[in-house]
Design a protein around this ligand. Sequence first.
Ligand SMILES: [Ca+2]
Ligand SMILES: [Ca+2]
Ligand SMILES: [Ca+2]
Length: 289
Amino acid sequence: MSLSHQWNSSQGVFVVCARNETLCELRVTGRLLSDKYICTTLSGQNVMRSLSRVAGLAIACMIASGTLSAQTLLNDNFNGEDAAKASGQSSLGYTAFTNWSVSGNVDLVATPNNFTIVCDGKCVDLDGTTGPGSITTKLAYDFFAGDVMRFQFDVSGSQRGTSFDQFLVGFGFSAPTNISDFSSSTALVQTTGPASTSGVVENLDFGYSIGATQPFSTWNYQFTAVNDGSVSLTLGTTSKDNIGPVIDNVIIERVRDQQGATVPEPASVFLLSAGLLGLMGIARRRSTV
Ligand SMILES: [Ca+2]
Ligand SMILES: [Ca+2]
Ligand SMILES: [Ca+2]
């Protein structure tokens, strides 16, 4: 369905009109209630005609753009971590990440440093003192069916010596979840993990062999959600010789689907009801003129 108009209330109610303006969808917190609604114009009365079939729901409408937009769920460059430390002081065995839980042992590396690691501000050596280690987002990020989830980070080799390390990228779903169109853009060929990622998944774990001198590059992953669900991201290594892959600049985005499915805030039944009463009042007054 291509969009011509979309109403979007902060209470999470959407009416989305097709390009031909003969069909609407009514969504509450992203869930499709019906696609049977007539929507010939942007007038409140036509919206009201549609809503009259849905007891207890309302729309406090404002016009919003019908174009796709991405919501940034996480944008972490690690530069604010352990701010009490003097500039250039690293934090070995760091666990107090704002957005991440640590498993094993990782190092928060500050630049400049004596480890020969170069990154922007602070970054994370996934092989702590001593690893192996991994970090997992404290949050599992919600998505609705139709949303596209995007993940991006920068990773380099250990920047020390000449050996190779395993670098691990994991997506942990809160329940078995149907996804489609999984794709990745990485600087290295995958060495472990599933070859195919379509259909129902719960844990997707990929491994790569990354050489010490592999420079920083930006890796991307994305999938389209077929079911509602939530997902966390894990970055880690099996390296346990103190020097492992280095990561920085993690971004997670959720792109609203073409029907406007993604809603940032939970619905408030009270506010929705208040909005319905207001619209009903408008419609009643119009009908009596
Ligand atoms: Ca950084
Ligand atoms: Ca280390
Ligand atoms: Ca290593």
